[in-house]
Ligand binder design. Structure first.
Ligand code: SAH
Length: 347
């Protein structure tokens, strides 16, 4: 008999499952707490169940986090995990420790449907959407390797397009924020999209209270078509911004526009001025990401001077604009450097 993977079940489904195997309904809460809060590795550790109940549960069910294929640590403390899925596909998760917070960057697809020309994941093509258990499994797998500190922030910025797998992402975020799940504040969870306009609307009006980032990356359709061909042909800049303008944001929330700076492509002062104009009327902030180079890439990172001028123009235009620290570059763990392959061994 195939054992039921408990990570594949929603909290309600766990309740029906425990009843089905002959437990009282309240056992579901105990079991959930062992899985998500205490993060045990096996049923044997569930000490508020009797020995015979633990045996029965292990017979019927399993806790299947993901297989760690490799694990590489950057000189700045960032760690990249290459994880194996049951069907042989591979994904990556990136662990980003800082003094005050511990962020995990997770994947939502094996490969990606999109073809953004500056992103290494795009070379992979889409293999498939990840299941909820595989999204949640990344958090559990990496957290188990770092029992000393609790993961405080989650960013859906690994491999794949989260909004192309919206129902699994919604369920996964639900389990992350639930007090009987990981109990992480929705303000500390960020879902990033390349700009699937209809799903943005669905996301912002849906049950998920997490933050939304939009990878804008260009200020004209000509350039966006060149660097993000697939998504921009479906949803050109105007359509994307319309979707944002017409969806009322909950109070005090704002979206983030991510903007990868590519030397000579989208980093001119005219671009910065256009960006100020485009974002008019949208409660937003801008996060600038200087391009992270990888061997196959034909783009370059702009000079520090150019990056600073770009940022200053945004600030002068009244925008909130921050610069993302590039972390884990020596192990190809930074934004856009995830491929699901074991690349980037430290020198
Ligand atoms: N598909 C989603 C989630 C991936 S997030 C999205 O597009 O938002 C990855 C973020 O890293 C995006 O903001 C993307 O624009 C950025 N990015 C991709 N490749 C990059 C690279 N080589 N250097 C810097 N940023 C990159």
């Amino acid at each position: 008999m195939i054992k039921q993977n408990l990570l594949a079940l929603s909290f309600d489904e766990i309740e029906s499952f425990v009843i089905k195997i002959g437990f009282k309904k309240y056992r579901a809460k105990q079991i959930l707490s062992w899985i998500y809060q205490k993060q045990v590795k096996s049923m044997d550790e569930m000490t508020d169940l009797s020995l015979s109940d633990r045996a029965l549960l292990s017979e019927k069910a399993a806790l299947l986090p993901l297989k760690i294929i490799t694990r590489q640590k950057s000189s700045d403390g960032t760690e990249k995990f290459l994880l194996g899925l049951e069907d042989g596909n591979k994904i990556e998760s990136v662990f980003l420790p800082e003094e005050k917070r511990l962020t995990l960057c997770i994947s939502t697809q094996a490969g990606c449907t999109l073809d953004c020309t500056f992103c290494l994941t795009a070379i992979e093509k889409l293999k498939r959407n990840l299941k909820v258990s595989e999204i949640i499994g990344q958090v559990l797998t990496v957290q188990r390797e770092h029992p000393e500190r609790r993961i405080t922030n989650i960013v859906f910025m690994g491999m794949g397009e989260p909004l192309a797998n919206l129902s699994a992402v919604t369920e996964a975020v639900g389990r992350m924020i639930s007090p009987i799940g990981f109990s992480i504040s929705p303000r500390k969870i960020t879902v990033s999209t390349a700009g699937l306009a209809p799903q943005i609307n669905q996301f912002l009006t849906g049950p998920t209270q997490a933050n939304l980032s939009i990878s804008l990356n260009a200020t004209t359709d000509a350039v966006r078509n060149q660097i993000m061909p697939k998504v921009n042909k479906l949803y050109p800049i105007k359509v994307l911004l319309e979707a944002l303008r017409k969806t009322p944001l909950p109070s005090r929330r704002r979206v983030t526009f991510e903007y990868v700076l590519l030397a000579g492509v989208n980093d001119s002062i005219a671009d910065a001025v256009r960006l100020v104009r485009l974002s008019h009327g949208i409660r937003c902030k801008i996060n600038l990401i200087p391009f992270n180079e990888f061997p196959e890439a034909s783009y370059r990172r702009p000079s520090d001077d150019q990056i600073e001028k770009f940022q200053k123009t945004l600030l002068k235009g009244g925008l909130v604009a921050t610069l993302r620290k590039n972390r884990g570059q020596d192990i190809l763990a930074a934004c856009g450097q995830l491929s699901g392959e074991n690349k980037g061994d430290p020198p």
